[in-house]
Write a protein that binds this ligand. Sequence first.
Ligand code: DOR
Ligand code: ZN
Length: 346
Amino acid sequence: MDRITIRKPDDWHLHVRDNDMLRAALPHTAKNFGRAILMPNLVPPVCTSAEAAAYRTRAMAVLPEGSTFKPLMTCYLTDATDPDDVERGFKDGIFTGVKLYPANATTNSAAGVTDYKKIEPVLARMEKIGMRFLMHAEEVDPAVDVFDREAVFLERRLTPWLKSFPGLKFIVEHLSSKIGVEFVRAHAPQVGASITPYHLQLNRTDWLGWGNRPYMYCMPVIKSEADRLALRDAATTGDVCFFLGTDSAPHAVAKKLAVVGAAGLFNAPVAIETYAQVFDEEGKLENLEAFASLNGPRHYNMAPNEETITLARESWIAPEEIKVVGPEERALIYRGGETIPWKVVG
Ligand code: DOR
Ligand code: ZN
């Protein structure tokens, strides 16, 4: 198969930041995707429905003319989130879901949850109104090894919630481990998971085995080859519980290369092409549409996009970086300079 037409994909996990970076980053997603869930970990975070409505307006304002792209908004969960505001935002069509960041788990998560007891009223309300719960599913207890954070979170936090909130639908964001794949399969359809391009392509030897490569550093961290293979199998079988979420997360070069470097890779300019390559390598191109365009809407109880895109086996070289007006200057692109074997041609 050298050419494939699929319904327009959606990105169920995307960071585009704000201001200058938003202007530079969002058009790369709007080009090929119908919708994307914009993550709320701005500085300061998007915690209320009013803040989310304002952020959505800023996002719409940077879209190219005539774009049909639709940003979907999330509420940044804190110990103090008001269930009434969450419900109002959901019913008014502002919030698509609520996003959990355990405090200090990743970039801009300092305002995240510290006391899981305090968020139970929000979870109960979401269960009642049919709203989705998106989780940065990592345990931040310092006693837990960074490679085990996902597995421990699933056991320690998510397992009890599945019983306490049986009507609530969960999303394990950026699924990164074999244990996680098995967990999601066992608990579908209550649980779904988004999978990034880089967790499908990289293992920790790529990241650390030949020099430290800060542009492979993200949270959850890249794991072993066995984990990568389990994720490739999960994504490419077309199982309804797994769907596309790039976690594309641009950072200024200076932040990536600092003594304490920022987690996150900017993959939007090569995202759908990279997924297509992975599905092709696995001989599963026929399942790309399910993963990229059907399973996500189904988990969110939305209709799939009507528009289509066409990908062809046609090589091109990924640009190295995007320029950002203002102090952030530029952000490097995941796979920049590499030959990409699939191209969006229509
Ligand atoms: O690597 C990551 N970067 N993981 C996250 O969870 C957040 C993201 C970011 O915002 O940069
Ligand atoms: Zn993310």
